[in-house]
Design a protein around this ligand. Structure first.
Ligand code: ZN
Length: 309
């Protein structure tokens, strides 16, 4: 349990120690189409005190007093204080060391470890709730639309109680095109966007995952803010729902741009598989959803304190 700490808040205090790091010279290596930097330099830059190589180099662990970052070299999985992330590029072994892609460093690792440095984040009071699907598009197992709306309707009063203004992209069983949802969201300033979905896959597929949606729009780059929002919400949800209870499929920030053009920090939650009978029964039950909506609200609050300057 000790790793399920307030990852963002602790990392936020770490950020003040490394605030003077602007002049840091990264040693960049180009491999294929991508740039990489040494894991050793990641250790130095973020003031990790230890790099351990274990398990025949399948597991690399960076640790400091407040953060433990584990990289699995055979997969793209990385764990920050127990929260799973899926890197866009796997680590690369070079000479005696390992390299991390610069994309993952700036798009994923930095926003997790230095939320105070995130641009286009901060003061917001509006939460846009997007209940996925609806109308002629019922989504996973023909039932997703009903359940996402139920979830959004449970979230709304809880968020309002915390002082947020809540905008819903739909409040009934109607079809709303994705572009209209984005337009609705962009009509508001200083907001975050939360899209609610349930997953579909083979009958055995299971687990909970969170996607970072926002595109890197010039001048309105909210990608890093979205990563921080995803981290806060996903870690609260996995912690509260219990890791043994639901499989953690991690936070994914790869090019998943369903909602192209949203100007706000934006995430998409896939709260379990409706195509898996057992999991569908669990994730549509009231007790599960009660914990889930409370942890989403907590996550939004944690994000707000982590990025507020
Ligand atoms: Zn969906």
């Amino acid at each position: 349990m000790k790793f399920f700490i307030l990852l963002l808040l602790l990392a936020g205090s770490l950020a003040t120690q490394i605030a003077a790091a602007d002049k840091f010279q990264w040693q960049v290596t180009e491999i294929g189409d991508h740039n990489y930097v040494p894991l050793d330099q990641v250790k130095t830059f973020y003031r990790f005190t230890q790099l351990q190589i274990q398990d025949e180099a399948k597991t690399l662990t960076l640790s400091s007093r407040s953060v433990e970052a584990i990289f699995r070299t055979e997969t793209r999985a990385a764990y920050f204080n127990g929260v799973k992330f899926v890197l866009t590029h796997p680590l690369v072994k070079k000479d005696d060391g390992y390299l991390v892609s610069q994309f993952d460093l700036s798009a994923l690792i930095d926003p997790i470890l230095r939320p105070k440095f995130i641009k286009n984040a901060g003061k917001f009071k509006t939460v846009i709730l997007d209940a996925g699907h609806g109308g002629k598009d019922q989504g996973s197992a023909g039932e997703e639309a009903k359940h996402t709306l139920k979830l959004a309707k449970k979230l709304k009063p809880l968020l309002e109680k915390k002082g947020y203004t809540v905008i819903m992209t739909r409040e009934e069983d109607i079809f709303v095109p994705l572009a209209d949802r984005v337009q609705m969201a962009n009509a508001h300033e200083n907001a975050v966007f939360i899209s609610l979905h349930f997953n579909s896959g083979n009958p055995n597929a299971q687990g909970f995952e969170t996607y970072v949606l926002s595109r890197r729009i010039p001048g309105k780059n909210t990608h890093a803010a979205s990563v921080a929002l995803a981290t806060a919400v996903h870690s609260r949800a996995i912690f509260s729902l219990g890791k043994g209870h639901i499989k953690d499929r991690g936070i994914r920030s790869a090019n998943f741009n369903v909602l192209n053009g949203c100007i706000h920090p934006a995430i998409l939650i896939e709260a379990g598989f409706l195509t898996n009978k057992e999991e569908a029964a669990m994730v549509t039950a009231d007790d599960f959803q009660k914990i889930l909506v409370e942890s989403i609200v907590n996550g939004i609050n944690v994000y707000r304190s982590a990025v507020t300057k």
